[in-house]
Design a protein around this ligand. Structure first.
Ligand SMILES: NC(=O)c1ccc[n+]([C@@H]2O[C@H](COP(=O)([O-])OP(=O)(O)OC[C@H]3O[C@@H](n4cnc5c(N)ncnc54)[C@H](O)[C@@H]3O)[C@@H](O)[C@H]2O)c1
Ligand SMILES: O=C(O)C(=O)C[C@@H](O)[C@H](O)[C@H](O)COP(=O)(O)O
Ligand SMILES: [Zn+2]
Length: 371
């Protein structure tokens, strides 16, 4: 890859893989498949959603065909509801009908929904085939790296899944220019998360460049996504299967995932739900005796990026508390929370009293008044 393309490696020994971030990359898919020795005789399945298919699938398919690959397209309905076992079942059927064999590749072209869903197909079809991530949302800088793939259950988010790493991540920044503003804001939420858990300087930079980031300035966005992917890669390289350190990537997700499930998948976008969850985690930090400025600063930055920091009034706190018990982070009878200790660092805590959580969920409800 040339200099204008930023490159990172997820260091996983023999399974290490590159992340390429730059402009004009979709049309290079076929060339990269050939360079990396993907077998030409095995068909490729391109999984995407209806909105992304219309915008970008043709470019990828043309590039693959020009390099001698046979490719079939499978299109799912837009939105979080597609991360379901029934849509998964439809994709397995599409893979069989397309004649995918054990040497085949599944490509995810889209946001995190397509990435998680197609990745779960790649992890399970014939007990696992090659997988390539081609993210087209800002949020997918997170979902495309690290190998967590899953579908949801009505009661709990990402509860049926696997770890299945991609062969490479090809992030074409040009695709981000067509994102709706709400998706831009929701995507930036997870980028801020990577700063909040790891790098105070990045949070400062992010804060100072809000206008350029929200305006999709290519240089600012390229840098932010590179830094976000870098944090993710470092963490995943050290703890691929979330035995310990990787849990920090879950900042805001204990409350956030519960809100997504209770609101009905898709009502609150993932990035919005975890922005609220991060505001909650910051309030927990104060309960543990850390600097109250952490909570104020966390809310200020999310508000600056137009993200919610309050739970919609129609969400029932009892239901949120119950949903948290179904999460993967509920272990040994305790909820696990990632708690900020300052801006740019966090700790993993399994000793959070549930009445503190309940109190914070109540405080965060819209209309509850400021606490
Ligand atoms: N596996 C992981 O590590 C991980 C990490 C973070 C999030 N996630 C998951 O990711 C999902 C959220 O991802 P998301 O926010 O990308 O949602 P998404 O995939 O639903 O995409 C958001 C919306 O943007 C549209 N879209 C996508 N690319 C576009 C483009 N370039 N131009 C115009 N429209 C475009 C989509 O059609 C959709 O309507 C959640 O399910 C979340 O749980 C997974
Ligand atoms: O990659 C990780 O690890 C993360 O926690 C990233 C999260 O942003 C992401 O939402 C992930 O899907 C959550 O994973 P889960 O195991 O809590 O379902
Ligand atoms: Zn997330």
């Amino acid at each position: 890859m040339e200099a204008a393309v930023r490159e990172l490696t997820v260091e996983l020994g023999e399974r290490a893989y590159p992340i390429w971030i730059g402009s004009g990359l979709l049309s290079r898919t076929g060339e990269l498949f050939a360079e990396r020795g993907f077998p030409e005789k095995s068909p490729v399945l391109l999984v995407t959603d209806a909105a992304v298919a219309h915008l970008y699938a043709e470019t990828v398919e043309t590039s693959l065909r020009a390099s001698g690959y046979e490719v079939q397209r499978a299109v799912v309905t837009v939105g979080e509801a597609s991360k379901s076992l029934s849509v998964f079942d439809g994709l397995i059927e599409a893979a069989l009908e397309a004649g995918l064999d054990r040497k085949s590749t599944v490509i995810a072209l889209g946001g995190g929904v397509v990435g998680d869903l197609a990745g779960f197909v790649a992890a399970t079809y014939m007990r696992g085939v090659r997988f390539v991530q081609m993210p087209t949302t800002i949020l997918a800088h997170d979902s495309s790296v690290g190998g967590k793939v899953a579908v949801n259950h009505r009661l709990a988010k990402n509860i049926i899944g696997a770890f299945h790493q991609p062969e490479f991540v090809l992030y074409d920044l040009d695709t981000l220019l067509t994102l709706p503003p709400r998706e831009v804001r929701a995507g930036l939420s997870e980028v801020i998360k990577h700063g909040l858990i790891w790098n105070a300087d990045f949070v400062r930079w992010f804060d100072e460049h809000a206008e350029r980031l929200l305006g999709l300035d290519p240089e600012a966005l390229g840098y932010a996504l590179y830094e976000g992917c870098k944090v993710k890669s470092i963490v995943v390289s050290q703890d691929e299967r979330e035995n310990d350190l990787r849990a920090i990537l879950n900042l805001g997700h204990t409350i956030g995932h519960a809100l997504e499930a209770v609101a009905g998948y898709g009502e609150l976008l993932h990035g919005e739900a975890i922005a609220i969850g991060m505001a909650g985690a910051a309030r927990l930090a104060v309960r543990f005796g850390y600097d109250p400025a952490i909570a104020a600063e966390t809310e200020r930055i999310f508000r600056k990026f137009g993200l919610p920091v309050r739970i919609p009034a129609d969400i029932n706190p009892d239901a949120v508390m119950k949903a948290m018990m179904h999460d993967k982070k509920f272990k040994e009878g305790q909820m696990v929370f990632i708690v900020p200790t300052s801006i740019g660092s966090v700790e993993i805590r399994q000793d959070v009293p549930s009445d503190w959580v309940r109190e914070i969920v109540e405080q965060l409800r819209e209309g509850a008044g400021e606490a």
